[in-house]
Design a protein around this ligand. Structure first.
Ligand code: MTE
Ligand code: MO
Length: 494
């Protein structure tokens, strides 16, 4: 039970949180090389399966022993379970890739194991001639056997569900790996080297996929087989249709650089990332559908029931709103919406960037309400212009002398035209701007501060967009439609 539950829960976290994998890997680490070679030569590719079966058998034997022990003392056997869990936890912690969150499954599993043991012990105590109590009736033995079988079945079920979830994920990973992305008919222009300032601590202009922030409501990542995927386009349109993945691949695809931002990003926060996206313009898709008059919104829905309300005008004007299949020259990672998601310049993700997309309904704001709007967030979410200090870090302690400061700013669809920096209560001074890749991407800035007296200092940054409009200094929290205010942080010179 302990392992079944932990294994199931671990699916929702990561591979490194799986007790089977941890035990397995640790066993492999401690197996003498000759035994490893023998196992591989005996079982070939199935050596890992055999290993897991061995662990399973040992687990069953240990469970039986625990049960026998529990007949003598519940406490002793509970202690044994905790000891066992501790051994597994140590096995997991000793693996480099483990984080604290990875221990959640084993903790939950232990709790489950203890509860089941308690339950069974209580039932066993009612068996006449069993431990402690005088016994209630002849049905006690049956109760106990039934409960034991139920526990065993539940454990096997938990392990089975965990296994099939993992198998589905592996199948999708395989489909993703096998997918050759088509060439874009219109490639993005090569990036000028000068989009990136070279200082350490400046975020890379292109956010690598594995570092890209991830925000969604999915407890376990939805797994979609691209061969089974289709997108339904319907609602207030003259032509309803369904698009298959194969049809999508055959369309003229374009590439675009776009900085994605989450509405929950606080001032100075990092729920923002920049990537090169490959996809099909939503404008063209909607041209094919022909929206009818009166429609003003497209409700996009994911396979797991998330939805976003995007103004129809935003998807039909000349900005590059995409039905995206590629992210930084790779198929979308599973976490980022494989096989198809939306990306829309100028709007926060919660009203535009639906991952695992399966349905587009052309409708009206007055008729339909999206996922986060029913939970108090604004129905529309244009991104607010924002700027950030990336270096120095908050509370950095810097040596006396010149300080090269730097950061990022974004005002998607308009661009950044000017950055100003203020140190302490000094004058606002103009910073140097890196090259602009496009008005839809963030832009880096740099400012050389000659240095100041030892002690505490503050730096504040503010931006101007492509129209010369100054970023709002009005402080606002993310809810309900995005944070605002100038980013200010403290550092010291010593
Ligand atoms: N299916 C689905 N798509 C979703 C979400 C979600 O919860 N479910 N969250 C949205 C939000 S709030 C943001 S900010 C972006 C984040 O995209 P990313 O995880 O690829 O960075 O995805 C959007 N798309
Ligand atoms: Mo978000």
């Amino acid at each position: 039970m302990l392992f079944g539950t932990a294994q199931l829960v671990s699916v929702f976290f990561s591979v490194s949180s799986s007790p089977m994998v941890a035990l397995g890997s640790t066993t492999i680490d401690f197996t003498p090389p000759w035994l490893k070679d023998l196992a591989i030569s005996l079982f070939g590719m199935n050596d890992k399966l055999v290993l897991f079966i061995c662990i399973g058998v040992v687990g069953a034997v240990v469970s039986a022993l625990l049960g026998l022990l529990a007949r003598r003392s519940y406490r002793l056997s509970a202690a044994a379970i905790i000891l066992l869990a501790a051994v597994v936890a140590v096995a997991m912690i000793s693996r480099a890739s483990t984080g604290a969150g990875d221990l959640v499954p084993i903790l939950l599993g232990t709790a489950c194991g203890l509860a089941v043991l308690k339950w069974l012990t209580v039932l066993a105590s009612r068996i006449p001639g069993g431990i402690h109590a005088p016994g209630r009736a002849g049905s006690s033995r049956r109760d106990f056997l039934l409960a034991s079988s139920v526990s065993l079945a539940a454990a096997v079920l938990a392990a089975g569900v965990a296994k099939s979830l993992t198998a589905a994920r592996n199948a999708a990973e395989a489909a993703r790996a096998a997918l050759g992305l088509p060439e874009a008919s219109r490639k993005a222009a090569p990036l000028p080297a000068a989009v990136q300032f070279p200082m350490a601590q400046m975020p890379p202009f292109i956010t690598p996929n594995q570092d890209f922030y991830r925000i969604d409501t999915a407890l376990s990542v939805p797994v979609i087989d691209p061969a089974q995927w289709s997108l339904r386009v319907h609602g207030m349109v003259e032509n309803e249709f369904t698009l298959s993945f194969e049809q999508l691949l055959a369309e003229d695809l374009v590439e675009t650089y776009l900085t994605l931002t989450c509405v929950s990003n606080p001032v100075g926060g990092d729920l923002v990332g920049n990537a090169k996206w490959l996809g099909y313009p939503l404008r063209k898709l909607l041209e094919r559908a022909v929206p009818t008059t009166g429609a003003d919104m497209v409700l996009s829905t994911s396979v797991d029931g998330f939805s976003a309300s995007t103004p129809l005008t935003v998807l039909t004007d000349d900005r590059m709103a995409l039905l995206a299949i590629g992210m930084n020259d790779e198929p979308l990672p599973l976490e980022h919406g494989f096989p198809v998601r939306m990306v829309v310049p100028g709007l926060y993700g919660y009203v535009s960037a639906t991952k695992w997309l399966v349905d587009l309904e052309v409708t009206r704001f007055q008729d339909k309400t999206a996922y986060w709007t029913t939970r108090g967030w604004s129905a529309k979410g244009p991104i607010k212009m924002s700027s950030r200090v990336d270096t120095p870090r908050p509370f950095a302690r810097l040596p006396v002398g010149e300080v090269v400061m730097g950061g990022s700013a974004w005002a998607q669809t308009s661009g950044i035209s000017r950055i100003e920096v203020q140190v302490d209560d000094g004058d606002w001074q103009e910073a140097e701007l890196a090259s602009e890749a496009s008005v839809d991407t963030w832009r880096q800035w740099r400012f050389v501060w000659p240095g100041g007296q030892p002690g505490t200092h503050t730096v504040t940054v503010r931006a101007y967009d492509g129209d010369g409009q100054l970023q709002s200094g009005q402080k606002a929290d993310p809810a309900p439609d995005g944070s605002s205010g100038w980013h200010r942080l403290q550092f010291s010179v010593e």
